[in-house]
Write a protein that binds this ligand. Structure first.
Ligand SMILES: Nc1ncnc2c1ncn2[C@@H]1O[C@H](COP(=O)(O)OP(=O)(O)OP(=O)(O)O)[C@@H](O)[C@H]1O
Ligand SMILES: [Mg+2]
Length: 463
């Protein structure tokens, strides 16, 4: 007997010969809003082997062919398996990598099971997040190409750079790129600091460090952020959130290129490059008197503005979406699936993401996990995820005009795509719809929307 449980789109499989354990697992997971589906043995329902669980719970009494399939998945995808009873000692240990095998006693309690599942789910999520973080920087739009050109131009300068842009546009990614591309500092450390999260009273200790015994509890000497960044890049994120008194101290260090640890009298000479980022309009903060003008000029020797996702348009939205989908689903798995359907790419291009790349990434992650598990671009399930992403997302008035401009560019591109597909298929609707991955009805609607008609209207197929 097999049971599928669902936790926020993560499927958990339970294998067990005796209903007893399955029922106990289902009962324990009830508070996780678990959906339980009973199915036949995976070995005798091959169409279900397309499913790839994120986590499996197997009773050791059932080391059968189903468990062997799981073992292959485990090896291929690093899927964690919880063995109930004991580890499969009798089997080749090399087949069951221990870092992915977890053991629960036969008389497990609900607290034990929930604790283990929660820990594993968090691990799976962290792994996915890491994969996404290491995915390539996508920059297909003209404005992003122009930005990368600027990055190349300025990467090797020693002066400070101020990166600004809306939330989630990739300011930190660009800061990292500036760091990596610098001939000298790129060899040193990259030290990111979130200036919006410095607890009151800890600024000096965190930034300047302290010498041993400088205050109660300072049992060892500690290097501050400035010193940690020596020879590399100090990345000051959310610089607009730094209080005025801390701005003064920062400015002094930048001017002297030296720090003095708390409890010490000896200044330490430092050589680092400063990259700062903000989603605030610093000149306005200067006018309001909450940001020092001298610090602003010191930081913004070079200014880079990262375009929002709406400014980048459909070309980047779709490319970023595809890149994230590929890293979540896995290239090997993706190749077994048809191309990303046209309606899905279309819907992504049509969605406004106020949280920019980060928000698009979250949507792609949810869609990718679903597609990986069900092994198909299931329209009904994916539409639900899209609808969720679109709910509570009003288009703010100031960007509505930009969105319209992008829409018309996107429409033009789509019209050309439809026309090209029609030409390539000798204007046969059925074949054209197939090429575009849409139904004949949707193709007809698009032709009407873009005023595309056959040369001879009387030969038009009736839809
Ligand atoms: N061009 C890109 N291609 C691929 N991934 C990107 C791109 N830009 C950003 N990302 C990803 O989007 C997420 C957000 O990027 P990042 O943290 O750099 O944004 P940010 O502007 O610093 O956000 P915040 O304003 O919240 O600090 C990260 O996961 C990052 O890897
Ligand atoms: Mg950031």
């Amino acid at each position: 007997m097999r049971t599928t449980a669902k936790i926020d789109e993560l499927d958990i499989y339970v294998w067990e010969g005796k209903a007893d354990i399955v029922d106990r697992v289902a009962r324990c997971m009830a508070s996780f809003d678990v959906e339980v589906i009973r199915a036949d043995d995976i070995a005798i329902s091959p169409e279900r082997t397309a499913l790839r669980p994120s986590l499996a719970i197997i009773s050791v009494s059932v080391i059968d062919s189903g468990a062997l399939i799981l073992r292959d998945w485990q090896a291929a995808h690093g899927m964690p398996v919880v063995w109930v009873g004991a580890a499969p000692r009798d089997h080749d240990p090399a087949m069951y990598p221990s870092e992915y095998s977890h053991i629960l006693p036969l008389d497990f309690t609900c607290a034990e099971l929930r604790g283990m599942v929660t820990k594993l789910v968090l691990q799976i999520r962290a792994h996915t997040a890491q994969t996404l973080e290491s995915s390539a920087l996508v920059a297909n739009s003209e404005c992003m190409q122009a930005l990368l050109h600027e990055v190349d131009t300025f990467a090797d300068c020693d002066t400070s750079v101020l990166v600004h842009g809306e939330t989630g546009v990739g300011k930190e990614r660009i800061a990292q790129l500036l760091h990596e591309k610098h001939r000298r500092y790129g060899q040193g450390p990259f030290v990111p600091v979130n200036c919006g999260a410095i607890p009151d009273g800890l600024f000096e200790s965190l930034f300047f460090g302290h010498s041993k015994g400088s205050f109660t509890g300072a049992v060892v000497a500690h290097k501050g952020y400035f010193e940690q960044a020596d020879g590399g890049t100090l990345f000051l994120d959310e610089i607009g959130d730094l209080p005025l008194y801390q701005q003064v101290k920062l400015l002094r260090v930048l001017e002297d290129s030296a720090v003095t640890r708390i409890g010490s009298a000896t200044p330490i000479k430092l050589d680092f490059r400063l990259v700062a980022a903000t989603n605030k309009h610093l000149p306005q903060l200067v006018k309001d008197g909450t940001f020092r003008a001298d610090l602003y000029y010191r930081l913004a020797v070079i200014e880079l503005k990262i375009p929002s996702l709406e400014e980048r348009g459909a070309v980047d939205k779709i490319a970023i979406f595809k890149a994230f989908i590929a890293s979540v689903v896995g290239q090997e798995r993706l190749e077994t699936l048809p191309d990303i359907p046209y309606w899905l790419a279309d819907a992504v291009a049509d969605t406004y993401f106020p949280g920019n790349v980060r928000e698009l990434r979250n949507l792609a992650e949810r869609i990718g996990v679903t597609v990986r598990q069900i092994g198909a671009w299931d329209a009904a399930r994916l539409q639900r995820l899209l609808a969720l992403a679109r709910s509570n997302q009003p288009v703010p008035a100031e960007s509505a005009a930009e969105v319209l401009v992008d829409r018309s560019k996107w429409d033009m591109a789509e019209r050309s795509r439809v026309l090209a597909a029609l030409d390539a298929n000798g204007w046969r609707r059925q074949d054209t719809a197939g090429t575009l991955g849409i139904s004949r009805k949707v193709l007809w609607e698009k032709m009407r929307k873009y005023q595309i008609f056959d040369e001879e209207p009387e030969t038009r197929e009736s839809e």
